[in-house]
Write a protein that binds this ligand. Structure first.
Ligand SMILES: [Zn+2]
Length: 217
């Protein structure tokens, strides 16, 4: 009760804005009604280079892209609530709710996480877990900072992700069906490499989910 009151005062002093159009939204809302209507169409579904299905509620374009740039580079962590809700919508749309029992994410390196103050995929995975009443847990770590995938061509991208990730908490990987989350899926090489490591450590089925899919994955 006390927390609700504090949150209400805070929301009056620092109102939340819709992640997509920046309009001020009411306390308790995660996006405005107009954007909800506009953006919740048919979620996207594709297959990563490793042959693993990947779903996302959005295409990486227009106001979704702007909101993701705010989220990743301007510290707008509030957006994660809306993204998590949208990812759950995509999971329900494709009836995948029973296909996994644990949620994990493609992690940032320690240095990048420290720079940003939070790991955007970790935060989104945590909220998806809360909404679906499923456990979310770090099962991978990024052992070194690599080049940004966006700056590389296709063959460079495949090499750039090799040996960058390692498994952690392996007792939660073996024989578990996993939802692996990333923020933006581009060529799917990062997701494919993370899937390879999870499989190597005994994972059962894996499904990938991103907030947005960019181009052909
Ligand atoms: Zn809006």
């Amino acid at each position: 009760m006390k927390n609700d009151f504090v949150n209400l005062i805070l929301s009056m002093l620092f109102p939340n804005r819709c992640p997509y159009c920046k309009k001020i939204i009411q306390y308790g809302m995660t996006e405005c009604e107009d954007c909800l209507q506009e953006l919740y169409g048919t979620p996207r579904k594709t297959v990563t280079s490793a042959g693993i299905p990947c779903i996302a509620p959005f295409a990486y374009q227009a106001k979704v892209r702007d909101s993701l740039i705010d989220f990743k580079f301007r510290g707008n962590a509030f957006n994660a609530r809306s993204y998590a809700k949208a990812v759950c919508h995509a999971i329900e749309y494709y009836e995948l709710l029973d296909n996994f029992d644990i949620i994990t994410f493609v992690p940032l390196s320690k240095e990048r996480r420290h720079e940003r103050g939070f790991d955007q995929s970790e935060l989104t995975a945590k909220y998806v877990g809360e909404l679906l009443h499923k456990q979310s847990k770090a099962l991978l770590q990024k052992t070194r900072q690599n080049k940004n995938q966006h700056d590389l061509n296709l063959s460079e991208r495949i090499m750039n992700v090799k040996g960058v990730y390692a498994a952690v908490n392996t007792e939660f990987i073996k024989n578990r069906n996993i939802l692996l989350m990333d923020d933006i899926a581009t060529t799917g090489n990062t997701l494919a490499e993370c899937c390879r490591i999870l499989k190597e450590n005994g994972a059962g089925n894996i499904i990938c989910a991103a907030i947005a899919i960019s181009g052909a994955v």
